[in-house]
Write a protein that binds this ligand. Structure first.
Ligand SMILES: O=c1ccn([C@@H]2O[C@@H]3COP(=O)(O)O[C@H]3[C@H]2O)c(=O)[nH]1
Ligand SMILES: [Zn+2]
Ligand SMILES: [Zn+2]
Length: 242
């Protein structure tokens, strides 16, 4: 499985695109989150939207779903098809009613399923979405009253959605469930009201830090080189074999 971050930035970053990831397994391309900057990020990486086999969204914030209108429209009007969209069952109604309906509603597009081939996921189920690619949703805390879902890929890779620190989850995933790599969002400074702070991640045992790579970071990331313990920053655009 390959992972390429088309962006590694926080919601307010300007040096980095939104924190969206391209997963490739046996030729199948899955985009995890499609934020406001995703169309430009894909363009700059010379990846056509039509090359994506599916998009999966973790939660309703612009840096994770803000590019879906353009994606849906490009697929319909340039490529004549409804793209596959994976999301938690709880997110389908808010995605249409609160985010996409304003821009996309027109004759023939009256609901989410008119624009996308919607495939709902349920927490705890391991769903094979392509040969040798399975995904499990893990409900993680981000903002009170807003559902947000982290992912376990192929049973042993944890990809965090935006989330507050959950030491117990990370310890359980590694110690009991055999997770061997962690891609984790990070807030480099300030209180982690809705995110996980660097200091919190630095409190993890060293063996867990060693398997952890940081993403969703602010523009001043370079100031933190050498201050991230055994962890590493994920680099935007690079293809990682994971
Ligand atoms: O209660 C809140 C809600 C939001 N925010 C900011 O808005 C951003 C929305 O995208 P994000 O989830 O990547 O990051 C969030 C934060 O930067 C916040 O600081 N406190
Ligand atoms: Zn975000
Ligand atoms: Zn968020």
């Amino acid at each position: 499985m390959n992972l390429q971050m088309i962006g590694t930035g926080s919601a307010f970053a300007k040096k980095y695109f939104n924190n969206n990831a391209l997963i490739e397994q046996d030729g199948f391309k899955l985009l995890i989150d499609c934020g406001i900057t995703a169309p430009m990020a894909l363009y700059q990486l010379d990846i056509g939207m039509e090359e994506l086999d599916a998009v999966l969204v973790t939660h309703m914030h612009g840096d994770h779903v803000g590019g879906l209108e353009e994606y849906g429209f490009q697929m319909k009007f340039k490529h004549g098809r409804r793209p596959v969209l994976y999301l938690a069952d709880t997110l389908a109604a808010p995605l249409w009613n609160n985010t996409l309906s304003g821009g996309m509603t027109q004759e023939g597009i009256e609901k989410l399923e008119d624009a996308f081939d919607v495939r709902t996921l349920h927490t705890g189920d391991v769903q094979e979405i392509a040969p040798n690619l399975c995904v499990e949703l893990v409900h993680t805390q981000h903002i009170e009253g807003k559902n947000s879902y982290s992912l376990i890929l192929n049973r042993d890779v944890f990809y965090s959605a935006d989330m507050t620190f959950d030491r117990e989850l990370l310890m359980t995933l590694v110690r009991d469930r055999g997770v061997r790599r962690i891609f984790h969002e990070v807030q480099l400074e300030g209180p982690g009201a809705v995110h996980t702070t660097l200091d919190e991640l630095l409190s993890l045992p060293e063996d867990i830090q060693e398997m952890t790579q940081l993403m969703h970071y602010a523009d001043n990331r370079d100031e933190f080189e050498g201050r991230i313990g055994k962890m590493k920053f994920l680099e935007q655009g690079l293809v990682y074999s994971i």
